[in-house]
Write a protein that binds this ligand. Sequence first.
Ligand SMILES: O=C(O)CCC(=O)C(=O)O
Length: 265
Amino acid sequence: MPYPTATPEKIQAFAEHGFVVVPDAVDTADLDHLQARCETIIEQKDKLALDWAWEAGTTVAEREFAILQSSPTLIWPTEFRSAPFRRWAVQFASALMGQDVEFWYDQFLAKPPVKGAKTFWHQDEAYWGRNLDDRGITCWMPFHDVSVENGCMQFIDGGHKDGMLLHKRPDNIQSDLLYCEPDATRRVAAPVRAGTVTFHHSKTPHMTGPNTTDRWRKVLTQHLRIAGSPGEGDHYPWKVTVSQESLSTEQIAAALSGTSEPGGA
Ligand SMILES: O=C(O)CCC(=O)C(=O)O
């Protein structure tokens, strides 16, 4: 049955390991509209997405979208607010964190066939700053079966208890992408089928490998925070903000004219 309740075992596993896998969590039929919107993002990626692995030395026009990064809820703000997968993720994450959490923002993260780049080891708090210290949790929801070969989640077991790790910027990347170097002997890969999701704590180091297959790897991350938390801020020294001249409100509105819902972005 989809949309399960968090059992005491799951809550305990999250506290101990910093992540959990929830099999058959989501009714995949509930993802149809989201997936259609995400296809639009891929088709109009120059206007509606960033390249999270934008290679150094290339112009905005030359981006490969080696990790396509966008936000369906930013573009279509009213469409997914009460989607079953959203309401369930908030409830389940609240149980895991032992406190009420609220939806913060989502990201469509897609890796193109063969060229899809690795998402380096990182902790989400490295991007968010100390404002979110132990206050964040992410629900990672693939649109199809995922394996190590196409970029399933990999976690550092218990890594949320190790404090913040030093993060750096990769030399060959000019986006805001960061990496850290956790103890990879504690790596746990989570290949899962469509409908299954993972949750991880905002201090859990995690990564996904390159997409070596001949099909896009597509997922939605839902970032949630303890209700009432501030937004990102009190940043670590490695944090940078990089403009790719896309995803401005004006460009989104122009790109969507004729396709956005009334009152949408
Ligand atoms: O899917 C990916 O490539 C990375 C996702 C991620 O880092 C996250 O959901 O926090």
